[in-house]
Design a protein around this ligand. Structure first.
Ligand code: SAM
Length: 322
C-alpha cells in the first residue's frame, strides 16, 4: 500500500483497549482519566475483520498495543487468530510487562514470537513515581519470562525523564551486558504543545552520556521495522538503540497506520485525522469492500510529516496506542 508520498505503508498498530493498570505521568494526566465505555471498544471479531481487510490492502505487520493489552481478557485467542491470517509475516505486542510473567508462555504458543516491553527506569522508587504506584519487580520478572520462553527479540522501550538520567543509563547498560535485550532510549513526545518543541532529553545528549560509559559500535540491531539506530556496547549480550522523533524525525520512512480501541484509523500519531471504522463494522449489511475503501481513504489523508499534522484534541498515547 503506498501513500501520497510514495511511502510503503505495511504496518498496522492495533490498540485493543484504552485501559491500563499503570498511570504513567506522561501518558495519563488527570484530565484524561476517563475510559471508553465498553460497548465502544471493538470486539475481537471486529479487530479480526479490520486485520483481514488491512492485509488485503497491503498490511504485512501487526502490533498489538493499548492502554495495556494484557489487561484485556483472552488476549492469547486474539493473538492466535491474527497469527493465522494469510499474509501477516510479523506479529508483535507492546506491553508494560507487569502481567507478562503469567502470559509469556501462552502468548508464545499462540504465535507471538517477539515483544516490546516499556520500562522507563530500573530504580524501584522512581518506577513507583513514574507509573503511579507500579512494582518494578513484576516487569523484571516479565522480561525474564519472555527471555526464558524464547521470545526474540525482547526489546525494551525507555522514555528517560530528566530525574536521575545518569544513574538510569548505568543501570540500563548493566542490563544489556547481562541479558540478551535491546534497550531503546526514546525521546519523550509532548502532545500538549507543539509537537516539534520540548522533549525531555534529546538523543544527542543520550548518545553522549551512553558513549562516555561504554565503547559503542554501530550495529544492525534486532529484527524489526522501526526507526531505531542501534549500538552494541563491547562485551554486551544485548544492544542499545535510540529513537529520536524530534531531533531526527523519521516521517519520511513512516510505514504505519494506527487503529484506536474504538475503531478509529489514524494515519499520523501527531494528527487529529481519523477515519471511523466502527459504523461500517457494526452495519447489519457489513461489506468487506466498504472497510477496504475506508482503509484506503485513511491512507490518502496521511500527512507528509508531523510538521503538517494538525492537532487540537487533547489525546494521550494511552488513547492512541503509542
Ligand atoms: N501499555 C503498553 C506499554 O506500556 O508499552 C502499550 C501502550 S503505551 C501507550 C505504548 C508506548 O508509548 C510505551 O512504550 C510508552 O512509553 C510510550 N509513550 C507513552 N506516552 C509517551 C510520550 N509522551 N512520549 C513517548 N512515548 C510515550
Amino acid at each position: 500500500m503506498k501513500d501520497s508520498f510514495n511511502r510503503t505503508i505495511d504496518y498496522l498498530r492495533i490498540s485493543i483497549t484504552d485501559r491500563c493498570n499503570l498511570k504513567c505521568i506522561y501518558c495519563i494526566t488527570s484530565e484524561n482519566l476517563s475510559f471508553l465505555p465498553r460497548e465502544q471498544v471493538l470486539t475481537y471479531e471486529e479487530v479480526l475483520k479490520v486485520s483481514r481487510a488491512a492485509v488485503k490492502a497491503g498490511i504485512r505487520k501487526i502490533r498489538i498495543t493499548g492502554g495495556e493489552p494484557l489487561v484485556r481478557r483472552d488476549i492469547e485467542e486474539l493473538v492466535s487468530e491474527i497469527s493465522k491470517i494469510e499474509g501477516i509475516y510479523d506479529l508483535s505486542l507492546t506491553t508494560n510487562g507487569t502481567l507478562l510473567r503469567n502470559y509469556a508462555e501462552r502468548l508464545l504458543r499462540a504465535g507471538l514470537k517477539r515483544i516490546n516491553i516499556s520500562l522507563d527506569t530500573l530504580n524501584s522508587e522512581r518506577f513507583k513515581q513514574i507509573t503511579g504506584g507500579g512494582d518494578l519487580n513484576q516487569v523484571l520478572e516479565g522480561i525474564d519470562a519472555a527471555i526464558s520462553v524464547g521470545m526474540d527479540p525482547v526489546k525494551i522501550n525507555t522514555v528517560l525523564l530528566d530525574d536521575g538520567v545518569e544513574e538510569e543509563i548505568d543501570l540500563f547498560l548493566n542490563l544489556v551486558y547481562r541479558k540478551p535485550v535491546h534497550v531503546r532510549f526514546i525521546e519523550k513526545m509532548d502532545f500538549d504543545d507543539d509537537c516539534g518543541s520540548t522533549s525531555s532529553i534529546k538523543c544527542s545528549r543520550l548518545i553522549e552520556l551512553v558513549s562516555s560509559r561504554a565503547k559503542l559500535k554501530e550495529t544492525e540491531g534486532p529484527f524489526g521495522f522501526g526507526p531505531a539506530t542501534y549500538f552494541k556496547p563491547e562485551g554486551a549480550r544485548g544492544t542499545i538503540g535510540f529513537i529520536c522523533p524530534y531531533s531526527r524525525h523519521f516521517c519520511s520512512r513512516c510505514n504505519r497506520l494506527r487503529l484506536t480501541a474504538d475503531g478509529k484509523l489514524r494515519p499520523c500519531l501527531f494528527s487529529d485525522i481519523e477515519v471511523d471504522l466502527r459504523p461500517i463494522l457494526r452495519d447489519v449489511n457489513f461489506k468487506d469492500s466498504d472497510l477496504l475503501e475506508k482503509i484506503r481513504e485513511a491512507l490518502t489523508l496521511k500527512p507528509e510529516s508531523f510538521k503538517q499534522a494538525k492537532r487540537s484534541k487533547k489525546i494521550t498515547m494511552r488513547q492512541i496506542g503509542g
